[in-house]
Design a binder for this molecule. Sequence first.
Ligand code: ZN
Length: 160
Amino acid sequence: MKRTEELPSAAVVKSEDEWRAELSPEEYEVLRKAGTERPFTGEYTENHRIGIYRCRACGAELFRSEHKFDSHCGWPSFFTPLAGERVIERTDGAWGMVRTEVLCATCHSHLGHVFAGEGYGTPTDLRYCINSVSLSFEEQPAAADAPGGDVGSATADARG
Ligand SMILES: [Zn+2]
């Protein structure tokens, strides 16, 4: 089965045995076999903390918390990826429905699907419906609490 030949090449390439060894059975089923976790069971569906969502398979940054919204569909929903080139979208005709599958551009793991024009009132009117098990969340402290960074530039301004 050479489903990946139409895609741009992946930066992270592993054999199915390697993926199976690294991922839990549930993660493997979703990420590598395009499975879907049961709705309302994922750990990030109701996560409202501030941070970044990475690909659980390869660690690539995919989504940010400020693009997450409450779709009440049972899976984490984002109205845009962190950057367009972070994900690959391709037509998926499985189960007799034409949907748009969302893959990690770095390792080609399955993330979920994207739906358009549902009227959620988000800036894009897109819903990236992503399995929690495909993501790992990294909480980020508020900018004011971050060490260094902004403090240094403020000092430089004062020196003039
Ligand atoms: Zn990945």
